[in-house]
Design a protein around this ligand. Structure first.
Ligand code: CP3
Length: 343
């Protein structure tokens, strides 16, 4: 197969494909016994930095579930280390940034990440690409400026983004300087991933849905637009967020060949409103905790909403949850592949 003819890449370009392509965010993760075994021996950051192991985990996951695309095993937060952040992954409690940014003087100490600081990611992409067949495209990724800024400011995950918004509203100058240094760092990082062999890029703006449309316009849009402008062209870009029902029009305007939808929206209606663009989504990850009948029914709802329109990539609305039975994931992938639009 000509690599460009893979159903996933065709769908990214809005072209018809024989079957609806499907992959899952967090398809390499703790729900999979093969991953847990690797993790028993290797701390998470070491795994990300070991390009042989990262490539192995990437390839094992895509082969195990039969997905139409692989996503490189890495993490959105790693770029913060060469910017000057102190990042650790504590046991069970998620990522911790030990020196959070709370004031303009903290922003000043951050540096633009030199792309070569993340050479282990590009090595992993090269190694993964050489062990995948031409029919399986490889997705590179990064966090979006807002989502990364929220970790930099909060020092970890957050419920209400109070510190983030405090800086955003209270010191717009510092806020824009922070968003700008993150966005500039991401440009070289994404270009290097593409040079290494990434055939599509997903931008994770996982937490941007905590903002109103007006705040998105003022505090986020210029920076995500700058990033998407700088990287668009060589490979398709998937622009993903959650809780973004009121932001989708601005996200589309900011850029991306594919817009990611979470389960809070109706895929068919959102696609109608978005107009000409490909879409990815949007099964609730919790549906994979239910019985097969339910999985079939709920996946069918989404496939019917897409209605066979070219440019649909089936995915969850967010990442696979750790307690998900791997057989249910496999069942979902197979059923999407076997689905035929009803007459
Ligand atoms: O999708 C994949 O299979 C590729 C790998 C991938 C990881 N993180 C591996 C990972 C991707 C695409 C990410 C992106 C990421 N990382 C996001 C955006 C996607 C999303 O879920 O919204 C975010 C917000 C992060 C930050 C992050 N990294 C958190 C909050 C956590 C801890 C909580 C969790 O989800 O496990 C991580 C650690 C992390 N990143 C793990 C994995 C497999 C778990 C580490 C472990 O304990 O083994």
């Amino acid at each position: 197969m000509n690599p460009g003819d893979a159903p996933f890449l065709k769908a990214c370009r809005g072209e018809p494909a024989d079957t609806t392509p499907v992959w899952l965010m967090r398809q390499a993760g703790r729900y999979m016994v093969e991953y847990r075994e690797v993790r028993e021996r290797t701390p998470f950051m070491d795994l990300c930095r070991d390009s042989d192991l990262a490539a192995e985990v990437t390839v094992t996951a895509v082969e195990r579930i039969g997905a139409d695309a692989a996503i490189i095993f890495s993490d959105i937060l790693l770029i913060l280390v060469p910017m000057g952040m102190d990042l650790t992954y504590g046991k069970g409690e998620g990522p911790v940034l030990g020196n959070p940014v709370r004031a303009a003087s903290d922003v000043d100490r951050l540096e633009e990440a030199p792309p070569e600081a993340l050479s282990f990611v590009y090595d992993a992409i090269r190694k993964t690409r050489s062990s995948l067949g031409p029919e399986t495209p490889l997705i590179g990724f990064c966090g979006a400026p807002f989502t990364l800024a929220s970790y930099v400011i909060e020092g970890g995950g957050s419920r209400n983004y109070a510190e983030t918004k405090k800086l955003m509203y209270g010191d717009p100058g510092a806020w824009h300087a922070l968003m700008s240094v993150i966005a500039r760092s991401l440009v070289g990082y994404v270009r290097s991933q593409v040079d290494a062999g990434a055939q599509a890029i997903q931008i994770f703006d996982s937490w941007v849905g905590c903002l109103s449309p007006a705040d998105y316009r003022e505090y986020v849009f210029p920076h995500i637009r700058f990033l998407l402008d700088a990287i668009s062209g060589p490979v398709p870009i998937i622009h993903f967020g959650t809780g973004t029902a009121t932001l989708l029009d601005q996200q589309k305007k900011a850029g991306g060949d594919v817009i990611g939808l979470d389960w809070r929206v109706n895929l068919g209606e959102s696609w109608d409103a978005l107009g000409r663009v490909a879409v990815q989504g949007n099964l609730d990850p919790c549906v994979l905790l239910a019985d097969r009948e339910t999985i079939r029914r709920r996946a069918g709802d989404i496939l019917r909403q897409a209605g066979g329109r070219p440019g649909h990539i089936f995915n969850l609305g967010h990442g696979v949850l750790p307690m998900t039975p791997v057989d249910n994931v496999k069942y979902l992938v197979d059923l999407v592949h076997e689905w035929r639009a009803e007459a």
